[in-house]
Design a protein around this ligand. Structure first.
Ligand code: NAD
Length: 507
């Protein structure tokens, strides 16, 4: 164990590197090859994982198919399935600290945030358990005296779950319990950058009594693992969260077998600030929206659209608040914003900023690496860029860093046009004291979620997802659960009268 000095008050022992194995048909499988993850903040190996290949992936898919067809999960009562999910929720709560520490070491996110995400995920498992018990189809008894129509919902089958690195445990919990609640069996591939919390969850699933083969985990890269999970004939559905580029690849790859694909992709999410808004509240929400998870967040409000009359004052408020946000060591319990996930990604963030400045944008704050005492250079300063025009890459593309772009408008029409002038459509928001303006904006913004006078609140009851290049299908809520179900109509003749013959019997 290595000793870490977190800050003057906190010293902790770093856990030994986590050894990640595949979970296939209830067995933990070591890999012939492995890959390592170096912590982005502490520059030390924090996990060594089995590296999946085509054989491992094939075995996992076969196990999921066999388990689905066996029926000891897909055909048992919803009561029995929900009992297991509720046990998993309890086990997650009992293991928050261990999972959160590993999540922070691999992703670079602050420990307080990891604790919140892991313990909060338990609620997603409980909510999915409640859906399993309350889901139902339709019946039609008005089709004629001797006819009964029943619409039932069946689990869709074997589901491939592919997740990204920015919210490894949380995003998995937006998918897995809902798929399991529906009666599906699954193969999961976490990001190669943050594999361990998925393996830890696998351990909890076994402890909760999930039958073997119902949840299989393969560690490794998009090629070949994710790719085979998207093309294999025995997979009925792929649910993916990640970049739009990979989402498109998965859609193409899955076309050969016409499997269902649900995609949660990127976003370039605006917040519109009207002159009559509560500016103090709005400035705080904008600050939160851009720096949360170092901006490595699909819902990051990386662009704001501010009314010209208040733009100068509003930007000054956001800059002042930005200076107060606690960037630093992710293991420090007081840290609000941690490290950038990889050095390559940090270079990409910086290039967006430098390009915008070269094209005439104004740096109001930040714009370079942030030195953090005792740690490497994978931290980026809180950055605010004004004079941004809608054609600049910084205004259109996902920067995925702690960088805010400021655009301005004069009329509501202009604000709506700027909002919708994007390939993305994940989320949008408006700050305004007039309910009519809020409602008009909310109805016309092309986005899967619109927040009015708040930002990034989410609830398991509400659906989440995007329009345009932000994705297709929905996650969480009843709509998210229904994605894992196939609808089947049963048409039954139940009366004593015989069916009218089609062929006339000859005399
Ligand atoms: P990514 O697309 O690079 O990788 C996501 C996952 O796909 C990883 O597990 C990766 O190994 C796998 N993968 C890569 N190539 C593949 C292929 N050819 N076939 C199958 N799988 C493949 O994304 P990332 O860098 O891990 O995450 C960041 C992206 O995720 C951002 O664009 C962000 O906006 C998006 N995201 C979206 C949401 C949402 O809900 N809309 C949430 C979080 C993150």
């Amino acid at each position: 164990m290595t000793k870490l000095t977190i800050n003057k008050a906190v010293e902790m022992a770093l856990p030994d590197p986590f050894l990640g194995r595949h979970l296939i048909d209830g067995e933990w499988i070591e890999g012939a090859e492995t890959f390592t993850r170096i912590s982005p903040s502490h520059d030390t190996v924090v996990s060594v994982s089995a590296k999946g290949d085509e054989t491992t992936t094939e075995a996992a898919i076969t196990a999921a198919r066999r388990a689905f067809d066996r029926g000891d999960w897909s055909r048992i009562s919803a009561k029995e399935r929900s009992a297991v999910l509720l046990k998993v929720a309890d086990l997650i709560e009992a293991n928050v600290e261990r999972i959160a520490v590993q999540e922070t070491l691999e992703s670079g996110k602050p420990i307080s945030q990891s604790r919140g995400e892991v313990s909060g995920a338990a609620d997603l498992w409980r909510y999915a358990a409640s859906l399993a018990r309350t889901s139902h189809g339709d019946s039609h008894n008005s089709l004629g005296a001797d006819m009964l129509g029943v619409v039932v919902k069946d689990p869709i089958g074997v589901v491939s779950i592919i997740t990204p690195w920015n919210f490894p445990f949380w995003i998995l919990s937006q998918k897995l319990p809902f798929a399991l609640a529906a009666g599906c069996t699954v193969v999961v591939k976490p990001s190669e950058v943050t594999p361990s919390s998925t393996v830890m969850l696998g351990e909890l699933l076994i402890a909760a009594g999930l039958p073997s083969g119902v949840c299989n985990i393969v560690l490794g890269h998009g090629q070949p693992v994710g790719s085979l999970m998207s093309t294999h004939k025995d997979v009925d559905m792929v649910t993916f969260t990640g970049s739009t580029a990979v989402g498109k690849m998965i859609t193409e790859a899955s076309a050969g077998t016409l499997k269902k694909v649900a995609l949660e992709l990127g976003g370039k999410n605006p917040q519109v600030i009207m002159p009559d808004a509560d500016l103090e509240n709005a400035a705080d929400a904008v600050t939160f929206g851009v720096y949360f998870n170092v901006g490595q967040c699909c819902n990051s409000s990386s662009r704001i659209i501010v009314h010209e009359d208040i733009a100068e004052d509003f930007v000054a408020r956001v800059v002042a608040l930005s200076r107060l946000v606690k960037f630093g060591d992710p293991m420090d319990p007081d840290t609000q914003v941690g490290a950038i996930v990889t050095a390559d990604h940090q270079r990409k963030i910086d290039s967006y900023v430098q390009q915008a400045v070269a094209a005439g944008a104004k740096l109001e704050l930040g714009g370079g690496a942030l030195p953090v005492e005792g740690l490497g250079s994978q931290f980026y300063q809180p950055t605010v860029v004004s004079n941004v025009t809608p054609d600049m890459a910084i205004a259109r593309e996902e920067v995925f860093g702690p960088v805010l772009s400021v655009l301005t408008f004069r009329t509501l029409e202009e604000a709506i046009a700027l909002t919708n002038d994007s390939e993305y459509g994940l989320s949008a928001g408006i700050w305004c004291n007039d309910i009519h303006t809020c409602l008009e904006y909310a109805r016309r913004a092309e986005a899967g979620t619109v927040w009015t006078n708040t930002w990034m609140d989410g609830y398991p009851e509400l659906a989440f997802g995007g329009v345009k290049e932000s994705g297709q299908g929905r996650e969480i809520g009843r709509y998210g659960y229904d994605e894992f179900l196939e609808v089947k109509s049963l048409v039954m003749r139940v009366g004593r009268d015989s069916r009218a013959p089609w062929v006339e019997a000859s005399a």
